[in-house]
Design a protein around this ligand. Structure first.
Ligand SMILES: Cc1cc2nc3c(=O)[nH]c(=O)nc-3n(C[C@H](O)[C@H](O)[C@H](O)COP(=O)(O)OP(=O)(O)OC[C@H]3O[C@@H](n4cnc5c(N)ncnc54)[C@H](O)[C@@H]3O)c2cc1C
Length: 449
């Protein structure tokens, strides 16, 4: 059996790895347009600074990524993320952020009630949540509408927007709650209240000892590239890198120079690229793929001497799009992870994307760097001359948008695909954007072929 995998990001690589396991006789060919495998996973190591262009860690409450590391025998290369506070920039000031929502979605109400992030009025509204009647049906709505109904407007502006939706690189007002935080909607249905549901989850985790067992996030000591490098060395397949696929027709794969025939073709690509490849051969399917919107992002990473950086105990800060800032968030990478830069330096990543900053992304790299520094210097006294290392990068169409109705859109794609014998999809555009989601999707696909 001959199988083509188009795209050597984590979804394509994990598909190949599990196909090797489940279908050992299958002959695999992996195509990728770039000269290196890994897709969004890309670690840069330079002059003692280690930075990630894409994902910098993965969650363990969804087990597929950790499980893959176990299968590959590389759990000894993992590193926990340092437990430090997170801050939010509000009205120009850094305020400690109640991290409960970050750590497995178990936020104690007391943590929110003590927090300076929310007004008294906002807190009173939170306290009413258990008494708000549950929604009568399970129809989809935006995360903003869900939070507004349950917890009021401050939950939208200071929890949904800067924290929850930003995991999806999404706009809280269009992000589908059923596709992103289905557990929240389920808690409402099951317990009649989000806060009661979160409390029940917390007790369940406490009773099972689950929370204490594992760190909630892992990275690799030498960067996420370790996962890609290990996979590429383990996988038995023909790698055709630097080879963009131009079109797919039935089970024929066409590059600029050749046409190849396969029994199965796996599109491990962002949906908009799958749409381009199928434009002529399957226009209906192409149209469905193009219904998934994408947003772009950029980041400026700077290394500065510790002596130029004020005392700061946090891993960084997030920013609501309500705050009049031209940056989206900032991570102090050297506080979040160990060994990311020389001991006497600090490494900082400033995010310049976000749904509200898409227009700004049209500016040049130099203008972005200037904006990043101007905004950062409002928080910390950092000057251009302090910078000893820097790297600016962009991701065009980085984040698939799970807009309201996403589940139905994906079901329609899958229904249409079932009429195209041997054509398959996997990847972050469909059933979850995180690395564990992509890997779980790849494993399921490999089992099913
Ligand atoms: C900035 C950023 C930060 C993130 N942070 C995290 C995080 O901390 N934790 C986490 O779990 N997730 C994170 N994510 C999400 C996660 O990284 C992605 O969802 C995941 O890596 C996507 O993998 P993929 O294989 O589905 O797609 P991709 O990585 O996009 O791979 C697709 C591949 O297809 C190739 N390709 C494109 N066109 C063609 C063509 N015509 N022919 C052949 N090949 C082609 C590309 O070169 C690429 O290698 C982040 C994403 C971004 C952008």
């Amino acid at each position: 059996m001959k199988i083509a995998i188009i795209g050597a990001g984590i979804s394509g690589l994990a598909s190949a790895y599990y196909l090797n396991k489940f279908k050992p006789d299958a002959e695999l060919t992996i195509f990728d347009a770039e000269e290196k495998a890994g897709g969004k996973i890309c670690t840069i190591s330079e002059d003692g600074f280690i930075l990630e262009k894409g994902p910098d860690s993965f969650v363990t409450n969804k087990p597929a990524c950790y499980q893959l590391c176990e299968d590959l025998g590389i759990t000894d290369k993992l590193q926990s993320i340092n437990k430090r506070p997170v801050y939010i920039l509000k009205d120009g000031k850094l305020l400690p952020y109640p991290t409960g929502f970050l750590l497995g979605g178990t936020v104690p109400l007391s943590e929110i009630m003590m927090s300076p992030v929310f007004s008294l009025k906002g807190k009173m509204r939170f306290a009413k949540e258990p008494f708000i009647p549950a929604k009568a049906d399970d129809s989809d709505e935006s995360l903003a509408d869900f939070l507004l109904r349950r917890l009021g407007p401050e939950a939208v502006d200071y929890i949904g927007d800067p924290l929850l939706a930003s995991i999806y690189g999404a706009n809280v007002h269009s992000l589908s709650v059923n596709s992103s935080f289905a557990n929240f909607a389920e808690m409402e249905r099951e317990h009649g209240s989000l806060l009661k549901g979160l409390q029940a989850l917390k007790q369940k985790m406490k009773a099972s000892g689950a929370a204490a067992k594992k760190t909630p996030f892992y990275t690799f000591r030498d960067g996420m590239q370790v996962l890609v490098d290990t996979l590429t060395s383990e996988i038995r397949a023909e790698f055709r890198l630097n080879t963009a696929v131009e079109s797919v027709e039935s089970r024929s794969v066409k590059t600029a120079d050749e046409t190849f025939e396969f029994d199965h073709v796996i599109l491990a690509l962002p949906a908009y690229i799958s749409s381009q490849l199928l434009r002529d051969s399957a226009p209906d399917l192409a149209e469905l793929f193009s219904g998934i919107e994408f947003l772009s992002t950029a980041a400026y990473v700077i290394g500065i001497p510790k002596s130029s950086f004020p005392e700061f105990d946090g891993t960084g800060f997030i920013i609501s799009s309500r705050e009049n800032s031209r940056i989206q968030a900032c991570t102090v990478l050297s506080n979040k992870f160990d060994n990311r830069c020389p001991d006497d330096h600090v490494l900082i990543r400033i995010f310049l994307g976000g749904h509200h900053l898409q227009e700004q992304l049209k500016l040049s790299d130099e203008e972005h760097k200037r904006i990043a520094l101007e905004e950062l210097s409002k928080v910390w006294p950092i000057a251009k001359d302090d910078i000893v290392f820097d790297s600016f990068y962009r991701w065009e169409n980085a984040f698939p948008q799970y807009n309201v109705g996403h589940k139905e859109r994906v079901s329609a794609i899958e229904a249409s695909l079932s009429t195209h014998n041997g054509l398959h999809i996997v990847g972050s555009s469909y059933h979850g954007v995180g690395l564990p989601d992509c890997i779980a999707g790849a494993k399921k696909l490999a089992e099913g072929i």
